[in-house]
Design a protein around this ligand. Structure first.
Ligand SMILES: NC(=O)c1ccc[n+]([C@@H]2O[C@H](COP(=O)([O-])OP(=O)(O)OC[C@H]3O[C@@H](n4cnc5c(N)ncnc54)[C@H](OP(=O)(O)O)[C@@H]3O)[C@@H](O)[C@H]2O)c1
Length: 219
């Protein structure tokens, strides 16, 4: 497996991917996070503005696969201040994967793995629109790509969304695959699926939904 660079490693999903990464991984973190523990003592951390394509191009030299787990929520939106970019779907959920994909292509990377979300191809609203735009930017980058579209990500501290699974259960009796696309996924299972997809070109050009991710993360 070639070198992996990963953005979003400090998030809920990223922290579960972290134990699976080798010593040569590059952990791309914005400067305000990179200088905080535990990241400031991790030699794999690259402190970089994730919207600065020139800085990203330098950071991605020698990397084979770029993985993007970055995202925000409406509750975290804020205007640009104190040298930090604005936080909204356009800057974070679209701008960061787009900058990473463009910079990755120029740096000679081969593949891009994007964590997107279930249902974005047909759902209305700003969040699915942002995820669609991010997917398009990655597909258009010229890199090989794989897109992961999990439903709710659950685990310690994030159990409430599991209630949705009782709604999905009857559907699953008619179509197990459609039910698996919709039901929540445990963050540890998703983390293992992300690592498997990042490690193998067999997933290139594929959009992987719950039916794939539950299987990949458990096998
Ligand atoms: N939660 C769900 O149920 C769910 C379901 C489907 C898909 N998804 C998608 O899956 C992905 C991961 O979700 P999650 O719940 O693990 O996310 P999370 O815990 O909110 O983590 C978000 C990550 O993005 C980084 N980030 C956010 N804004 C940034 C910025 N302006 N500059 C640099 N880094 C920034 C954060 O870094 P800092 O530590 O520096 O803030 C953190 O590492 C997201 O794209 C999300 O949309 C989530």
């Amino acid at each position: 497996m070639g070198t992996i660079a990963i953005a979003g490693i400090s998030g809920y999903t990223g922290l579960r991917v972290l134990p699976h990464l080798g010593h040569d991984a590059k952990l791309l973190l914005r400067p305000s996070t990179a200088k905080r523990p535990p990241w400031k003592d991790d030699a794999r951390v690259v402190s970089v503005d994730l919207l600065d394509e020139h800085a990203l191009e330098r950071a991605l030299a020698g990397v084979e696969t770029v993985v993007c787990l970055v995202g925000t929520t409406r509750a975290q939106f804020k205007p640009a201040q104190d040298g930090e970019h604005a936080v909204d779907y356009e800057t974070v959920d679209v701008g960061i994967p787009r900058a990473l994909a463009r910079a990755g292509k120029r740096a000679g990377c081969k593949r891009f793995v994007l964590l997107s979300s279930y249902g974005v191809e047909r759902s209305p609203g700003a969040y699915p629109a942002a995820k669609r735009a991010a997917e398009a930017a990655v597909r258009d980058s010229g890199l090989s790509w794989a897109v992961l579209r999990p439903s709710f990500i659950v685990g310690p501290g994030r159990g409430a969304a599991k209630a949705f699974d009782t709604v999905v259960a009857p559907l699953r009796m008619f179509s197990r695959a459609a039910g698996d696309d919709m039901r929540s996924i445990d963050v540890e299972v998703l983390a293992r699926a992300i690592v498997r997809v990042a490690a193998s070109p067999e997933f290139d050009g594929k959009v992987l939904t719950g039916r794939d991710l539950h299987r990949l993360g458990r096998s």
